[in-house]
Design a protein around this ligand. Structure first.
Ligand code: BYC
Length: 304
C-alpha cells in the first residue's frame, strides 16, 4: 500500500505505516533543511544593523525572521516522524548533522545580501517548489508557505540588485563582485551531480524528490542566466551559453571545494556552528522559564 501511494503521487501521513529507511531518510533531509534555514539567518542577520536604509533594514529584518519561521515549521514536520527536537539540535551543534554549505561563505558587502537573496533564495525556490508535492504530507504542507515566503525573498534580492546596478559605478561593481562570489555557492545548493548522489535513487523512488539534483540545477541556471541579462551583469562562467533548445550549457561548481565543504571545511563553517551553539546557550534561560511555566500549568490542572 505504501509503494502504491508514493508511486501514484499520493501522500503518507504520520500515522501511516512507512518503511524504516523512508522514515530515516526523511528525518535526515528535513532536519538538515531546518538547520539550513536557521544557520542561513547568520550571514544576513549580521547585516541588519548595517542595512543602507530604513526600508532595507525593515525588509531584511522580516526576511531573517521568516527564515527562523521556516526552521520551526521544518523541525515541527520532522517531529511528526518521531524525531526529537533536542536531538536534532544536538546533531547540529555537535557537527553530526549537515546543513546547506552555501552559508559557510562570507558576506563582505551589502551586494552579497542582495546577491544571496536573488540567487540563494532563487535556488531554494527551484529546489523547494517540487518538495511541496513530495510524498510526506507534513513536509509538503510546510513547503507551501515556505515557498511563498521564499518568492518574496528572491524578489527583494533581485530588486536590491537592480538598485545597485542602477547606482554609481562603484555600486554596480559591488553587484558584479557579489554575483561572482555567490554564483558557485548557489549551484552547490542543489547537491552533488547525479552520478555522485547516493541518496537520489531512493528519494526519487519514494517521491521525496520529484527531480534530480542536476535537473533542478539546470532549471535554476536557465532562469538565473536570463535574470543576469536583465541586470546587465555577467555570470562568472565563460562556458555559460544559451543553446538552441532554450537551455544553457554551464560549468559545474568545483567538486573538490564542494567535497571539502561537505566535510565542514567551508570558510565560515567553524564560526557558524560556534555562533549557533552560543546562541543556544544564551537562550537556555528562556527554555527553562517556559518549562517552569508549563510545569506549573500542568500541576494546577492536576490539582483542580
Ligand atoms: N550542503 O545524495 P545527495 C534556504 C549532502 S535553506 C550540505 O544528493 P540528497 C535559505 C546530503 O545531505 C534551504 N550538504 O543527498 C535559508 C547528503 O549527506 P548525508 C536548503 C549537502 O539529500 C536562509 C550528501 O551530501 N534547502 O533556502 O538526496 C536564507 C549526498 O547528497 C549539500 C534544503 O535543505 C549541500 N548543498 O540531496 C536563505 C532543501 N548537498 O545526509 C535561504 C532540502 C548535498 O548523506 N534538501 N549534501 O550525510 C534537499 O533537497 C536535498 O537534501 C539536497 C541533497 C538536494 C540538498
Amino acid at each position: 500500500m505504501f509503494e502504491e501511494i508514493v508511486q501514484t503521487g499520493g501522500q503518507i501521513e504520520p500515522s501511516d505505516w512507512m518503511p524504516d529507511k523512508y522514515r530515516a531518510s526523511l528525518s535526515r533531509q528535513i532536519a538538515q533543511h531546518a538547520h539550513s534555514e536557521i544557520i542561513g539567518m547568520q550571514p544576513e542577520g549580521a547585516w541588519i544593523t548595517r542595512a543602507p536604509s530604513l526600508r532595507r533594514k525593515a525588509i531584511l529584518l522580516a526576511k531573517v525572521q521568516d527564515e527562523a519561521g521556516h526552521g520551526l515549521y521544518l523541525y515541527g514536520a520532522a517531529e511528526t516522524l518521531g524525531t526529537d527536537r533536542a536531538e536534532m539540535l544536538e546533531g547540529l551543534h555537535s557537527g553530526r548533522h549537515k546543513y546547506a554549505m552555501s552559508f559557510d561563505y562570507g558576506m563582505p558587502t551589502w551586494g552579497d545580501v542582495a546577491a544571496m537573496g536573488w540567487l540563494g533564495d532563487g535556488a531554494a525556490i527551484v529546489n523547494q517548489v517540487p518538495l511541496a508535492r513530495c510524498s510526506y504530507g507534513p513536509y509538503a504542507r510546510a513547503m507551501v508557505r515556505v515557498c511563498k515566503e521564499e518568492s518574496f525573498h528572491q524578489r527583494q534580492g533581485f530588486e536590491a540588485m537592480q538598485a545597485l546596478v542602477a547606482g554609481t559605478p562603484q555600486q554596480r561593481q559591488m553587484a558584479q563582485d557579489a554575483l561572482d562570489r555567490w554564483w558557485w555557492p548557489a549551484l552547490m545548493l542543489f547537491g552533488p551531480p547525479d552520478d555522485a548522489s547516493p541518496r537520489t535513487a531512493d528519494s526519487m523512488r519514494w517521491g521525496i524528490k520529484r527531480y534530480t539534483n542536476d535537473e533542478l540545477r539546470q532549471r535554476f541556471v536557465d532562469m538565473a542566466a536570463a535574470q543576469a541579462d536583465v541586470l546587465g551583469l555577467t555570470i562568472p562562467d565563460p562556458a555559460l551559453r544559451l543553446r538552441e533548445d532554450g537551455h544553457c550549457d554551464f560549468t559545474l561548481m568545483d567538486l573538490e571545494e564542494f567535497t571539502a565543504n561537505l566535510r565542514g571545511e567551508g570558510p565560515y563553517a567553524t564560526q557558524r556552528r560556534d555562533h549557533r551553539r552560543a546562541a543556544h546557550q544564551d537562550g537556555a534561560w528562556v527554555r527553562e522559564a517556559m518549562q517552569a511555566y508549563d510545569d506549573r500549568v500542568v500541576a494546577a490542572r492536576e490539582a483542580s
